[in-house]
Design a binder for this molecule. Structure first.
Ligand SMILES: Nc1ncnc2c1ncn2[C@@H]1O[C@H](COP(=O)(O)OP(=O)(O)O)[C@@H](O)[C@H]1O
Ligand SMILES: [Mg+2]
Length: 589
């Protein structure tokens, strides 16, 4: 579980892994603050000495002390700042990398269903928002907020030595400034996080449109897509306007306050000079400090809006990342050791939208070790869902699914996945080379093993014909390959995996009948000694199965060997009759 309850605990979790680096940064910035506050103080001393000595005295004797102090302090500050820069060069990239790595790990722990409801482009943005925001916030706190506040306190002490009036005026200004900012903080943060949501929504729309570029072009729907896209954009534009307006309003209030501070301080300085309690040096000290403070605090207020924007972004990212996994793994769950490959459905009830109107109701079934089972039924009858339950793409609401006697909910998810080779209906490939895609089945497989798996899946011929052969990149989601080629890569990958349970979900549906017939032999070879479920789109491929299950609206209405079911003259027989050359006619599907 991603356990960070709020932005602070999230930042602290990662910052404390570089405690010394951040502590050094903090210290170096305090040196900077001391320099910033004492600089006007040394200048004041120099001015006063120059004003009270005549030009004949050696100038070094007059100003040597304060000038030495000024230069010494400046050099010290400079050394610390460079050292801090060097520390940050090493530390910040690691800090960001760790945050991104954990976010990636957290997100990829979600089951497929999560990505049905969350655009992947959107989620990818969130993963990037986290390190960027964290880097910004931590740096702002350490290199701006804390040192500037420290410098503020030192300045108050220095001003107080001239007259408490200046300290009081500046503190009152500062309090009003903080009051105005805090009154506006809620609104600024809220509008920033709404803007972030709207922006990711827009990214999601872009990805969705690009993913469906083929349909978009074939139906000549660019203009339609643009207007659809602009709907999402309009929302974003409004939010962006809101967020900006709030910042403009805030800056207006702060600008007025700052003007007042400068006017009052200048008035007081001139008045004090006339009255004799402000020296020429004090004049310089106070005005330098006030201008320096105004610049720095003004900078902070400007950063405030970005600061809260980043807090909003991190909050939004954390709330997505904190979404509990739909498929949870028990803590310290044991590994599943599959020796036989027995699959049992024990009174399973499962519906995509809860128990009401469930797809499977109280379904019980036993598949013994090594049995080859064909799953048949019209489209939407629940075959893929049945297979998905075995790989825990979803958990049933009631009942248990057991593999070799172990409830699959009670074992480590990875061990279950290792035991099953699953070829999905529409396999997608990584944007990597063919060799890498096939080797995905078993990362430690040798090149020769990869080649023979490809040969088994009758993929070697087309691969060798490509210019770069096995090193050809397949494009995003494998789109540079045809559907049938992708299926063969998926078969090769599954063959390489060498798992005790094999599930083929219409694994050859995109192949021409000649290639499919060739592959059937290979598939039989792959099935040897494994429990196999074959969801068939062509009934002729089921003749060698030990058992056929006929699905209808989530119920298994027939269960038996091919011959038994044919002689029973039930639904399977009718399907068999309807097929011409082994296909189900389109009207039936
Ligand atoms: N991810 C999903 N979310 C909600 N409903 C789904 C999902 N996948 C499938 N269904 C529904 O479940 C039913 C069975 O679908 P499926 O198992 O894919 O059938 P088959 O593989 O036999 O064609 C269908 O009515 C389908 O609309
Ligand atoms: Mg299906």
């Amino acid at each position: 579980m991603y356990h960070h309850q709020n932005v602070f605990s999230f930042l602290w979790y990662y910052a404390k892994q570089h405690l010394w680096g951040f502590a050094f940064t903090g210290f170096a910035m305090l040196v900077w603050a001391v320099n910033e506050a004492l600089f006007p103080y040394f200048i004041k001393q120099i001015i006063e000495k120059l004003a009270t000595h005549d030009r004949l005295t050696s100038s070094w004797e007059i100003v040597g002390g304060p000038l030495g102090g000024l230069v010494g302090l400046w050099l010290t500050m400079d050394v610390f700042m460079r050292a801090q820069g060097a520390v940050a060069v090493r530390m910040m990239p690691k800090f960001c990398q760790k945050i991104r790595q954990d976010a990636f790990w957290q997100v990829t722990g979600h089951s497929q269903q999560f990505f049905v409801t969350h655009f992947s482009g959107n989620v990818a943005n969130k993963i990037n928002d986290l390190p960027r925001g964290a880097e910004y916030l931590v740096e702002q706190v350490l290199t701006a907020f804390i040192p500037i506040l420290f410098m503020f306190c030192l300045s108050m002490v220095l001003m107080g030595q001239v007259s408490l009036l200046f300290t009081i005026v500046t503190i009152v200004w500062f309090c009003l400034h903080v009051l105005v900012v805090s009154l506006n903080v809620g609104g600024v943060t809220r509008s920033a996080s709404q803007l972030a949501d709207a922006t990711s929504h827009v990214s999601g729309k872009i990805v969705d449109a690009l993913t469906n570029i083929l349909s978009m072009r074939l139906f000549a729907r660019r203009a339609h897509e643009l207007s659809y896209f602009n709907l999402a954009q309009a929302e974003e534009a409004q939010r962006r306007g809101d967020a900006r307006a709030r910042v403009v309003f805030l800056n207006m209030l702060l600008g007025g306050l700052t003007f007042l501070l400068i006017a009052v301080t200048m008035g007081l300085l001139i008045y004090g000079w006339q009255e004799g309690w402000v020296s020429i040096g004090d004049f310089s000290l106070i005005s330098m400090l006030v201008f320096s403070l105004v610049g720095l605090i003004w900078h902070l207020s400007f950063e405030m809006s970005s600061f809260f924007k980043e807090i909003g972004l991190i909050k939004a990212a954390l709330s997505i990342l904190r979404t509990p996994y739909a498929i949870e793994e028990k803590e310290n769950a044991p590994s599943l050791e599959v020796k036989e490959g027995i699959i049992t459905f024990d009174h399973v009830t499962f519906g995509y939208h809860g128990k009401d109107g469930a797809l499977f109701k109280d379904l019980s079934l036993h598949i013994p070790a090594g049995q080859k089972v064909g799953l048949v039924g019209f489209s939407g009858s629940g075959k893929t869902s049945f297979a998905n339950l075995i790989v825990r793409a979803f958990d049933p609401q009631d009942g248990k699914i057991l593999v070799d006697g172990s409830d699959i909910k009670e074992v480590r998810y990875e061990s279950l996945a290792r035991a099953i080779a699953f070829i999905p209906q529409d396999p997608t490939l990584f944007h990597r080379t063919l060799k890498e895609n096939i080797r995905y089945g078993r990362l430690e497989a040798s090149d020769d093993e990869v080649y023979s798996a490809a040969a088994l899946a009758h993929a070697d011929l087309f691969i060798k014909a490509l210019k770069d052969g096995y090193d050809t990149s397949v494009g995003e989601r494998g789109l540079k390959l045809s559907g049938g080629q992708r299926q063969r890569i998926a078969i090769a990958r599954a063959a390489l995996k060498n798992a005790p349970i094999l599930i083929l979900d219409e694994a050859t549906s995109a192949l021409d009948s000649v290639t499919e017939r060739l592959i059937q032999d290979s598939l039989h070879e792959i099935m040897q000694g494994r429990t196999t479920l074959v969801i068939a789109h062509r009934l002729s491929t089921l003749q060698d199965m030990d058992r056929i299950l006929v699905f209808d609206k989530g119920r298994i209405i027939e269960d038996g060997s091919c011959e038994t079911l044919l002689s029973k003259k039930g639904v399977f027989y009718q399907l068999w009759q309807m097929q011409s050359e082994g296909f189900l006619p389109d009207s039936a599907i």
